[in-house]
Design a protein around this ligand. Structure first.
Ligand code: ATP
Length: 445
């Protein structure tokens, strides 16, 4: 097995694979695209659903319950004033006076001159707020100003009491949310790594203050187990503690889970001890008491929060980088995505050896659909080898061929993506066989 080099599959290769095979397209592609915004095609949509499902499954844990929320994308200015985003959610921006290109000042080596024109003639560094601001309705004025959310977390905090009073939950418990966030990034780049519209999967874990440090460590361990369970190379995952001057305004402690991309170690998930910051801020700003009453001590207290926040699209990109291999099978080069079966968009592709055998294959396909599997039929006239390679390129773990012998022995050939090994399996055992391969992954988290 040859991997081009440990971290060197190029971004262009992945972007082109994503477009060619229907994973990801530039948004508004036929109009030339829009910077930092992408559409997910049929395979990308399936894979994203699987990522979300694996994430949610991994959150079920022994320390308490987790409920889900779907908050609004728009929220009034008051929410973002309380959260600190109006005041502090900005990046430092700088312009080249010569060619007018704009950069993030903390992400550019200014001493080397403008990366575009080479001149060393900069404007002052200014703060640029990254929230998308808009107006509700026809009335202008502060009362109708709102923002597209730059993170999903605040919808969880403002609904804390609603959830507590309507669901059978008690501290400690978690509220999880997967949904879109919007940031007007100064320089969106590296494809799905830094986008302007992206998805986050966040859990806010509410607990008693004296337990919060322990829970932070438990969440770090739990999240690392998740990455292992979905098959990401352990040697390319690390945890990095934030230094004091790096800490966000709300955080008492924060660690980043980082992945070794070809462009360096970069954050894929942030795990933060947010203390009582958010609930206290929203209590003060809204005038609604968000403290909880402790039945044992008969006292009110503000719960502490441990947050684990990962970008769905950034994780999607991580999975592509981590699973992309090129090797040779029977003298022919192939591209293979060795994605965990729980995440792969298609679990199995059914193939009649010749078109004449399409009918029983259709039956197998429908049985697999009824069994809840994500499957495809490839009954094109191409050779079996060519059909295998097409499936390898989109990460399908199993190719199932129905041949003339199948008519007699009621068995099919199952071909494994990673080893290319083949085995005969009885048709009546096939669905159980496929399901059993889908029960690994997040179960181990
Ligand atoms: P970065 O330092 O990379 O800008 P951040 O620290 O601002 O990230 P958080 O606010 O902690 O990010 O968001 C949690 C997660 O959301 C990140 O770990 C990342 O996976 C994802 N994320 C944040 N910004 C973007 C973006 N512009 N595009 C895609 N994913 C993002």
């Amino acid at each position: 097995m040859i991997k081009p080099s440990e971290t060197s599959v190029s971004l262009e290769t992945l972007v082109s694979l994503c477009k060619r095979r229907g994973f990801v397209f530039p948004a508004a592609d036929i109009y030339g695209g829009i910077n930092g915004v992408y559409d997910f095609g049929p395979l990308g949509t399936l894979m994203k659903k699987n990522i979300r499902k694996a994430w949610l499954t991994s959150l079920e844990n022994k320390w308490g319950s987790v409920v889900e929320l779907e908050g609004s994308l728009l929220a009034p200015e008051a929410v973002w004033k309380a959260s600190g985003h109006v005041e502090g959610f900005h990046d430092p921006m700088i312009d080249c006076k010569n060619c007018k290109h704009r950069y993030r000042a903390d992400d550019t080596d200014l001493s080397k001159g403008c990366p575009h024109c080479g001149k060393n003639d900069w404007t002052e560094v200014r703060n640029f707020n990254m929230m998308f601001k808009t107006q509700l309705g026809a009335l202008e004025g502060a009362s109708s100003t709102c923002y597209l959310r730059p993170e999903t977390a605040q919808a969880i905090f403002v609904n804390f009491k609603n959830v507590l009073s309507t669901c059978r939950v008690k501290v400690p418990f978690g509220i999880a949310q997967a949904g879109k966030s919007f940031r007007n990034e100064i320089t969106p780049k590296q494809f799905l790594f830094r986008m302007r519209e992206f998805e986050q999967m966040e859990i806010e874990w509410f607990c008693k203050p004296e337990t919060s440090n322990d829970f932070l460590q438990q969440w770090i361990d739990h999240r690392l187990a998740f990455y292992k369970a979905i098959g990401i190379s352990s040697e390319k995952i690390r945890v990095r503690e934030h230094t004091k001057d790096e800490l966000a305004h709300y955080a008492a402690r924060c660690v980043d889970v980082e992945y070794l991309f070809p462009f360096g170690w970069k954050e894929i998930e942030g795990i933060a001890h947010r203390g009582a910051f958010d609930l206290t801020q929203h209590s003060n700003h809204s005038g609604k008491d968000l403290a909880v009453f402790d039945e044992e001590t008969k006292e009110s207290y503000m719960p502490h929060v441990v947050e684990a926040s990962v970008g769905t699209d950034r994780l999607f990109l991580t999975l592509l980088y981590d699973s992309y291999f090129e090797d040779e099978v029977e003298g022919e080069k192939r591209i293979v995505l060795k994605i965990d079966p729980t995440i792969a968009p298609i679990t199995a592709a059914f193939m009649p050896l010749v078109k004449k055998l399409s009918e029983p294959v259709e039956k197998l396909y429908h049985a697999a659909k009824r069994a809840g599997l994500s499957v495809q039929v490839d009954d094109s006239g191409a050779s079996i080898g060519k059909r295998y390679r097409r499936q390898d390129e989109i990460g399908t773990p199993f190719c199932i061929t129905y041949d003339f012998e199948s008519e007699q022995d009621h068995c099919v050939t199952v071909r494994h993506r990673d080893t290319t090994k083949q085995e005969r399996i009885a048709i009546e055992k096939l669905m159980d066989y496929l399901h059993s391969h889908l029960t690994k992954g997040t179960r181990n988290a």
